[in-house]
Design a protein around this ligand. Structure first.
Ligand SMILES: *Cc1c(COP(=O)(O)O)cnc(C)c1O
Length: 479
């Protein structure tokens, strides 16, 4: 492959808070959150020329993935080995095209990102991440303990990605009785010895606060070799960049500019679209579609980033009020000034909000458009799409389609809405909109009959840390 000049040097990663050591790919992979509380980003964006993008036409998904991600990995993983990991990761998808495009209307498309093992787009990143982590740890003779909190989708995708991997133990905390039965069973029916599900007698926020506290406890963090697979891990963003190239090239890039609409929660998915554009992909507009938990939609309208209270919706994977990956975009918007990011994040912690300058807002609005969609319109769009195409979509995907139809700027630019989950994950909403209850696909058909295994613990950090210590194999091993 050809690599442009810039990427011939070794790519380093720097923290958005400007106060942590620059690292190479494998260290960033293992570290997750930077020690200064920031997120890692490439020091410079690798770029592809128009000729190089043209040459991507016709590649299979794994071939394209190798081409798009190689500049981020450099020579830290030999190319043949990286190609094998990628092939394996995407061979577990049910659809041969991996991320097929379905046409909804003239120049309007749905990119189906739900053909992986847990039926949501998070499999794209996590199937690769689990394999990358296992490989890197094994090469170093090390192990890691993954701890994460989930309100639904992330937990099962992380568990599927890490199950049976020799170098990893994984602990997933979920709020007891507050995730759907399908979502819980997707996690608790995995019987692998290295998988530990913990139901916490508390809310998702309680779970998340405990995970944060464990990460901030440096002694504990080092002792059990704590690692994260949550959406702040750079490798997750990296893997998601690929499907933007995949869709755009299929629809005529680099000769045509493309518009994407992205159902958004933690801003990881749409940020990957921004990365693709920084790498040279001609993206005309990125639509940030939210449900009524609209902190991001408000930000792109007003320049004010202000926390609200989380309100439950039919699209629970987007029910968030602070978007962890947003800090990465902010870093670029603020000219990569780590001190400035520390100040803004400090203000957010203290007063629950910050504002950015009008000129920076105007600049970001050239690419990003934010819009919140309410529950009623979400149902209406599911109904409408079923009526006009014969195919139902899930509430998350519907929010993307609805927002796109309202704020798409350039009708000459093909529109791609990201379909982030399979309808069977959210059967109640889909049935309410269409009158037809979606069925689980074959790979999960017997989910409701499989045995479950999980521990129930009180909302108590000490108890959870003790449980993790007890089962994390790292404690009894090397260094
Ligand atoms: C996680 C998730 C989202 C939100 O993606 P972010 O990267 O957090 O913005 C949207 N839809 C579904 C189904 C998800 O699981």
């Amino acid at each position: 492959m050809t690599i442009s000049n810039e990427t011939e040097q070794i790519l380093r990663y720097i923290s958005t808070r400007g106060d942590a050591p620059a690292l190479g790919f494998e260290d960033v992979l293992l570290t997750g959150l930077a020690r200064d509380g920031g997120l890692y980003l490439p020091e410079t964006w690798p770029t592809f020329s128009a000729t190089e993008i043209s040459a991507m036409a016709g590649l299979s998904y794994p071939e394209l993935a190798l081409r798009v991600m190689t500049p981020f990995v450099g020579d830290e993983i030999p190319e043949a080995e990286f190609a094998a990991l990628i092939n394996e990761a995407y061979s577990v998808f049910d659809h041969k095209a991996v991320a097929p495009l379905r046409q909804l209307d003239h120049d309007e498309w749905l990119m189906e990102l739900f053909h992986g093992p847990t039926l949501a787009f998070k499999d794209f990143a996590l199937q690769l991440l689990g394999r990358l982590l296992d490989r890197t740890l094994t090469n170093r003779g090390a192990r890691a303990t993954i701890v994460g909190a989930t309100s639904g989708d992330t937990g099962s995708a992380a568990i599927e990605a890490c199950r049976d991997r020799d170098a990893i133990d994984i602990f997933i905390l979920h709020p007891k009785g507050r995730v759907s039965e399908v979502q819980r069973r997707q996690m608790t029916t995995v019987m692998s010895a290295n998988v530990h599900n913990i139901a916490i007698e508390g809310t998702f926020d309680d779970c998340q606060a405990m995970v944060k506290a464990m990460f901030n406890n440096h002694e504990f963090r080092d002792e059990i070799k704590l690692s994260a697979v949550n959406s702040i891990n750079w490798a997750r963003v990296m893997a998601q960049i690929v499907y933007y190239f995949h869709a755009a090239v299929a629809l005529g890039s680099p000769h045509r500019e493309v518009t994407f609409s992205v159902p958004t929660g933690n801003f990881g998915d749409v940020f990957a679209g921004y990365c693709a554009r920084q790498m040279g992909l001609p993206i005309d507009q990125l639509i940030v579609a939210t449900n009524r938990n609209d902190i991001l939609a408000r930000f792109f309208q007003t320049g004010s980033y202000a926390k609200g209270t989380v309100s439950p919706t039919m699209s629970p994977s987007m029910d968030i009020q602070v978007s962890s990956n947003f800090e990465r975009l902010l870093f670029d918007m603020e000219d990569r000034d780590g001190a400035r990011i520390r100040a803004l994040m400090g203000a957010l912690d203290q007063s629950g909000e910050f504002d950015i300058d009008a000129d920076r807002l105007a600049e970001s609005q050239k690419l990003f458009t934010g819009l919140a969609i309410d529950e009623e319109e979400t149902l209406e769009v599911i109904r409408q799409i079923t009526e006009t195409t014969g195919v139902a979509i899930d509430p998350h995907s519907a929010i993307g389609v609805a927002a796109a139809r309202r704020v798409r700027r350039n009708p000459a630019s093909p529109l791609v809405s990201l379909a982030t989950a399979h309808t069977a994950k959210f059967p109640d909403a889909v049935e309410k909109a269409t009158g037809v209850r979606p069925e689980l696909p074959a790979r999960l058909a017997d989910l409701m009959d499989r045995p479950e295994r999980y521990d129930v613990l009180p909302n108590d950090l000490g108890a959870v840390m003790a449980k993790v210590r007890e089962h994390a194999k790292t404690t009894s091993q090397e260094n």
